[in-house]
Design a protein around this ligand. Structure first.
Ligand code: PEP
Ligand code: MG
Length: 589
């Protein structure tokens, strides 16, 4: 590779998928999309203009259909993203309003669409939730697709790229990224987007480096320019110097050697240097994600968030539908454990058919188990489906947001009723399944000893426990800097729950995000938490971390940590004790 005589340029964006690649830029351009002419339509031509728009939507729908049909196996789990785009194509806000605008403003379809999209964008931009805000990118990508069919501009044909390149684009839709052939495309960078965009999710699945939100990369980079992409750091070096090239070639080798070691080892048991075996499991939202848990060496499913099957619909799923999906997961994972969490709706996951929209503070409202106990018919359908699926594998049930012993008793009563009704109907089911609770409300920490008498296991949900204990809304960016899992108050709560579990001989797991960060592992081991569940991609690095530690050292470390008064002091302590192991580990995380 030869370097350019021009000065290198360093660009900084959002690291969307880790890894390093060095290669020639391939600009993916979308001509005809940005420049839109306005012209008036006469009354008599309005219907044909509307029909022209409808035909463009139809063409875009057909294109998406084709892409979905031809989606390679590796992307199957993300096909729902493309399905979402299909729904958006006919969305009232986009489709209906564009037609209204053509008719009422008597303007051409391109102009009407452009204006409607920019209105929708400004609505989305005012939303504080970053995930929802980024969904405006989906709308843009869908409108680009309609616009291309209106203007007849050529779309991106990533599937036809026939050389090894790094894609440089203003934006890439999930449909674009799902056409990437990993033997040709080494990585990609975009002007738009962020780390929770669907294209970023796809890049992580493909394990290729990606950087988003670079702003003006497409203006600064020319076709065939040599570029370095460091997806871990979010840095792009355009036309690099000899020195940068040598440095990044070395870094790249180190990164992939390390990742190879970690992935190779992900099938090994998570056993500490002094012989304690832990279970490292995956959290899933949809049954399709079990593939990822298995691929990353997961020991089971520690948290199956079932509410996603209730989203995007106006009716509740029936028992047969729920049973089929739970059974699939149980069967595929057997004999490994699968913990099915009952419906955790409302709070931050309000459903059309279950929302209590008049709640001023939904996080403290009729959420999760509270909703289920108030709606026993909905709850019992799910419980029956879980008990039936339990006959096909190693299934446990877990109740979310428990705040009192009464709730556990009531939930268990309904579980018993569900079992009795299955028995009476002669259905195949398993009644003696393990019953657990999420410890995620501070009152459950305080009452852990009494609650332990009523259940078989605890799983600590740190995402909510931190929110409720420290009074920090988990979705509010203004207070995100205070959301620290190593806060001493949290540590002391975890210690109490772990001690109770040990005392009562209960299994103790953690399934909040805290469990998926290697930095927290030494403390979690020292507390005696021996089952960790996390997003599947984190499993290999957590297992590696566990294999690098001795329980005896973590006990000592945790004892010291529990004496500290601030999160910073605890983090410093962990850094000092395990810094080298952690920094090696982080390299590939
Ligand atoms: C938690 O609260 O930590 C948890 C695992 O559940 P969720 O993130 O679904 O609320
Ligand atoms: Mg929770």
């Amino acid at each position: 590779m030869s370097t350019n005589t021009e000065q290198e340029i360093i660009l900084t964006g959002i690291g969307a998928s880790p890894g390093i690649c060095i290669g020639k830029a391939y600009l993916v351009d979308k001509e005809g999309v940005e420049v839109v002419q306005k012209y008036s339509i006469e009354e008599k031509d309005l219907e044909s203009e509307i029909n022209r728009f409808k035909a463009a939507v139809k063409k875009a729908t057909d294109e998406l259909h084709e892409i979905i049909e031809n989606t390679p196996e590796v992307f199957r789990q993300h096909a729902y993203i493309l399905e979402t785009h299909m729904v958006l194509l006919k969305d009232k806000m986009l489709y209906g309003k564009t037609i209204d605008s053509i008719r009422n403003d008597r303007v051409n379809a391109e102009w009407a669409l452009k204006n409607i999209v920019s209105n929708i964008r400004s609505i989305f931009q005012n939303i504080s939730d970053p995930y929802l805000r980024e969904r405006s990118a989906d709308i843009l990508q869908v409108s680009d697709r309609i616009m291309r069919s209106l203007t007849g501009a050529q779309g991106v044909n990533i599937a036809e790229i026939d050389k090894r390149v790094v894609l440089v684009a203003h934006d890439l839709s999930p449909a674009d990224t799902s056409q990437i052939q990993i033997d040709r495309v080494m990585g990609f960078i975009t002007d738009r987007g962020g780390s929770t965009s669907h294209s970023a999710i796809i890049a992580r699945t493909l394990e290729i480096p990606a950087i988003m939100g670079l702003g003006n990369a497409t203006d600064l980079i020319k076709n065939d320019d040599l570029i370095i992409v460091d997806g871990s750091a979010g840095i792009v070096i355009v036309r690099p110097s000899e020195k940068s090239l040598v440095e990044y070639e070395e870094r790249k080798v180190r990164f992939y050697q390390h990742r190879a070691v970690i992935s190779r080892d992900s099938y090994l048991p998570a056993e500490t240097l002094d012989g304690t075996r832990l279970l490292v499991m995956g959290n899933i939202e949809l049954p399709e994600e079990i593939v990822s848990v298995i691929d990353h060496g997961g020991d089971g499913i520690g948290l199956y968030r079932t509410e996603f099957q209730y989203l995007s619909r106006t009716d509740f799923p029936g028992e047969a539908e729920l049973f089929e999906r739970y059974k699939d997961v149980a069967e595929v994972m057997a004999p490994k454990p699968v913990t099915i969490r009952t419906l955790d709706i409302n709070g931050d996951k309000a459903l059309g058919n279950a929302s209590t929209s008049d709640e001023e503070n939904p996080a403290l409202g009729l959420r999760a188990i509270r909703y289920c106990l108030k709606n026993p018919d909905v709850f019992k359908i799910q419980l029956r489906a879980i008990l039936r699926a339990a006959a096909y594998g190693n299934v446990g049930v877990m109740f979310p947001m428990i705040s009192s012993c009464d709730e556990i008793l009531e939930a268990k009563f309904l579980l018993k009723e569900a079992a009795d009704s299955l028995e009476a109907q002669g259905e195949t089911y398993k009644s003696d399944i393990e019953v657990g609770i999420l410890i995620e409300v501070p009152s459950a920490v305080v009452m852990a000893a009494e609650m332990a008498e009523l259940v078989d296991f605890f799983s600590i949900g740190t995402n909510d426990l931190i929110q409720y204990a420290l009074a920090i809304d988990r979705g509010n960016r203004q207070v995100a800097h205070m959301y620290h899992p190593l806060n001493p108050a949290i540590l002391r709560m975890l210690k109490h729950v772990a001690d109770v579990a040990k005392d009562k001989g209960l299994r103790i797991a953690m399934c909040g995000e805290m469990a998926g960060d290697p930095f927290h592992v030494p403390i979690l081991l020292g507390l005696g938490i021996n089952e960790l569940s996390m997003n599947p991609q984190s499993i290999p690095s957590i297992k590696t971390m566990i294999r690098s530690l001795r329980i005896i050292d973590t006990l000592e470390l945790t004892k010291e940590a529990l004496k500290k008064a601030t999160a910073k002091e605890i983090a410093d302590l962990v850094q000092e004790a395990c810094g080298t192991i952690i920094s090696n580990k982080m390299l590939a995380a």
